[in-house]
Design a protein around this ligand. Structure first.
Ligand SMILES: Nc1ncnc2c1ncn2[C@@H]1O[C@H](COP(=O)(O)OP(=O)(O)O)[C@@H](O)[C@H]1O
Ligand SMILES: [Mg+2]
Length: 542
């Protein structure tokens, strides 16, 4: 008798050590079940973990039942019948005959028969975490069994808590490591593609998501720039901005969690099916509240695939870093473009000056010389030849001056935007016969040189398009300054065009947009076939 008690005690201590020496929750639960079976000598033991609702079981760990038997039984119990009694009333429950109890709902087919029953709750800080169940002990369970299992349950609670803490601590440190890695990459890595790929890959791992992708807006579409997981081949895929969930999240600049993708009216069923997506996270890449793109995650590998609040927070952290990467690369591209444009203007100014001063002077001298020859000549054929030459030189001189002005009008530097445009418009009308009205409501104050140049070039390019494409008879140009913004509007009454069909490789409109963007401005085009064209540029001014 004495030795039997000693033996049970030894088993119990061993069980306690085994349970508390595991670090993963999965292994802890399995050890608890095995220990409970061992110390009570019950053939079957199980542990049911109660779900968030507190009404049903989300996990069921067993011992004594083979995997084959488990498969034959089918779904694990959800927590009805006797198991439900313990869920709702967290107190030990002991029965001699399970099936004989009126609260029992019976066993499913293929379930081994079980007679005696002992159930004990595992309490974590006053809340039932789950229950330990032992069944079918020969002769039934004793008071002593109940005491020992209750003690084990208390130890199990500590072990569960530890494992949870450990798991969240390792999760945290892995998240920190990843975020750090991306932080250093942001400093060292210049290739946007590679940065976004790193963000997608690390986040997918941490979320245990099936796929994580990053899409950036390109015109009125979204383009997948990076993807990790099952969707890796999505890179390069484009979809419409207006009719996609990601596009809408981009427009709203607010993250969203969708537990049932197919049930969301904003999700395009075709693309959801293409991805086989059930649940999704859509997080905008925000820089100063502006959305630069959208990070998309689909289907957690566990449970229903839905993401939780923690997942959302993590995705937001990663999206913030991706946003910085996108913004940096845009800024680098913008700086490069700005330098090119500034260099171009400088070069044009130099060429214009050279044409005007050097070439213009030389031609003027030739003109004077020819005049001398013409006057001094006594032979009529020579005088005639000199006259012809002189006309040629006059025409060339005009060409040179026109070219110089086109390259870079001196008036733009010396007198400002409006006088320069007045000259441009006058020459344009003379050459094309198109009537142009220029109206300026800018006042006398000069604008920043960069803005004046930009607006001048945009009007110049618009007029070039009018001659080339519009077949217009009149053009109106209006300049307005209001609410810290200068707007230039060029409107023609020509044949207009369909923007969807306009050539996209035309450098004109694209270049105009870029130039406007360089000074923080925006270009809008309104045009339809037969209805003329209106180009408006809006630029913020200090
Ligand atoms: N004012 C306009 N009137 C009619 N069509 C225009 C006008 N401006 C632009 N377009 C159309 O848009 C297209 C793209 O213009 P752009 O980018 O300047 O390229 P490009 O002038 O080299 O053709 C033109 O080919 C033309 O079809
Ligand atoms: Mg053009």
């Amino acid at each position: 008798m004495q030795s039997a008690i000693a033996e049970r005690l030894r088993l119990f201590v061993e069980a306690g050590i085994a349970v508390t020496s595991e670090l993963s929750l999965e292994a802890v639960l399995q050890r608890i079940v095995e220990a409970a079976a061992q110390i009570t000598r019950a053939p079957y033991a199980a542990l049911g973990v109660i779900d968030r609702s507190g009404q049903a079981l989300e996990r069921f760990v067993t011992t004594g039942i083979s995997s084959g038997q488990r498969a034959a039984i089918g779904d694990p119990p959800h927590g009805r019948g006797i198991l439900g009694v313990l869920i709702h009333d967290a107190r030990p429950l002991r029965l001699d005959d399970l099936a004989g109890d009126p609260r029992s709902v019976g066993f499913p087919p293929n379930h081994p028969p079980m007679k005696s029953f002992l159930g004990v709750p595992i309490m974590l800080r006053g809340v039932a975490f789950g229950n330990l169940y032992l069944t079918d002990k020969e002769g039934g369970f004793t008071d002593e069994d109940q005491d020992l299992v209750t003690l084990l349950a208390a130890q199990a609670a500590v072990a569960v808590e530890n494992a949870r803490l450990y798991e969240s601590a390792t999760r945290w440190s892995r998240q920190l490591e990843s975020l750090n890695e991306i932080g250093s990459a942001l400093i060292g890595e210049l290739e946007l593609d590679r940065l976004l790929h790193l963000v997608a890959t690390s986040l997918r791992e941490l979320l245990t998501a099936r796929v994580v992708a990053i899409a950036l807006p390109v015109g009125d579409e979204m383009r997948v720039e990076a993807a990790a997981g099952e969707g890796a081949e999505l890179v390069g895929w484009t979809f419409p901005r207006a009719r996609s969930k990601a596009g809408r999240v981009l427009a709203r600049a607010r993250p969203e969690r969708v537990d049932d993708v197919l049930g969301d009216p904003e999700v395009e069923p075709a693309s959801a099916r293409r991805l086989g997506a059930r649940a999704g996270l859509y997080v905008p890449l925000l820089v100063r509240e502006r959305a630069m793109g959208v990070l998309i995650a689909h289907d957690k590998e566990t449970g229903s695939g839905a993401f939780g609040d923690d997942d959302m927070r993590l995705a937001e952290q990663f999206a913030a870093r991706a946003a910085i990467a996108v913004e940096l690369s845009e800024r680098v591209a913008r700086d490069a473009l700005r330098r090119v444009v500034a260099g171009q203007e400088l070069e044009r100014r130099r060429l214009a000056r050279e044409l005007h001063d050097e070439t213009g002077q030389a031609l003027t001298s030739i003109l004077l010389g020819l005049k001398g020859v013409e006057e001094a000549s006594e032979s009529e054929p020579v005088a005639e030849a000199a006259r012809n030459l002189r006309e040629l030189v006059v025409a060339t001189l005009q060409d040179v001056r026109r070219l110089a002005v086109e390259l870079r009008p001196k008036a733009l530097d010396d007198f400002g935007l409006v006088p320069a445009l007045e000259r441009l418009v006058q020459t344009f009308s003379e050459q094309t016969g198109i009537d142009v009205q220029l109206e300026s409501r800018l006042g006398d104050e000069r604008l920043a040189a960069e803005i004046e140049t930009t607006l001048y070039r945009l009007v110049q390019e618009s007029l070039t398009n009018v001659v080339k494409h519009a077949h217009a008879s009149t053009v109106s140009i209006v300049l307005v300054r209001r609410d810290g913004k200068v707007t230039a509007i060029v409107e023609d009454d020509g044949r207009g065009f369909d923007q969807a069909e306009a050539r996209r490789d035309g450098l004109g409109l694209v270049g105009m947009r870029e130039r406007a963007a360089l000074v923080g401005g925006r270009l809008t085009i309104e045009s339809s076939a037969g209805a003329g064209t209106t180009i408006a540029v809006e630029v913020p001014v200090a």
